[in-house]
Design a protein around this ligand. Structure first.
Ligand SMILES: [Fe+2]
Length: 173
């Protein structure tokens, strides 16, 4: 449902899910936690259901207001998942925190290092990677090396920690 909302993000959630599931295996997480992480991967952009398609698929530059509306999607992801008892808690947080960054530059809650768990950060960093390797209306998908270089700079700039970056590299290289 989510991937179909925008032709540019088709398969995005599935791709993300596969990487986080691989990381769960590398971390030696138990089956239940690994599967929950996979579900969080599938549902992380659920909140995009409330963002109008004209904005999601807009080819030109977004206005400030449109950008603000897009940036509300992880808030809605969490709001929706928190209504469902089996998703409330871990799955809702892992999914809803995927745009938060350890230096508090993320959104929607501007959470920081102390409030973000390793698995929150894992979903976040994998989301960036998966987005970079996919085609977008304004650019072709990047290669693995190029994408990892960009994320390496994000780590240097304090947006992610080395811990999740190492896990990502082990999962995709
Ligand atoms: Fe997102």
């Amino acid at each position: 449902m989510i991937d179909n909302k925008s032709k540019f993000t088709h398969l995005h959630s599935q791709g993300l899910s596969e990487i986080v599931f691989e990381i769960a295996k590398i971390m030696g997480l138990d089956d239940e936690t690994s599967n929950k992480l996979k579900i969080a991967g599938y549902l992380h952009d659920l909140g995009k259901m409330v963002v109008p398609n004209e904005i999601l698929n807009k080819e030109g530059k977004l206005t400030k207001e449109e950008f603000y509306i897009i940036k509300s999607h992880p808030y809605y992801t969490k709001l929706i998942l928190d209504q469902i008892p089996v998703f409330k808690g871990e799955i809702s947080n892992w999914a809803g925190n995927h745009h938060e960054r350890v230096d508090r530059s993320g959104y929607p809650e501007k959470l920081g290092k102390d409030e973000l768990s390793l698995l929150d950060r894992v979903v976040g960093i994998c989301d960036v990677y998966q987005s970079l390797i996919e085609d977008r209306p304004y650019r072709k998908g990047l290669g693995q090396k190029e994408a990892l270089n960009i994320i390496s700079d994000m780590v240097k700039n304090g947006l992610f920690l080395k811990e999740e970056f190492e896990l990502l590299k082990r999962a995709v290289v």
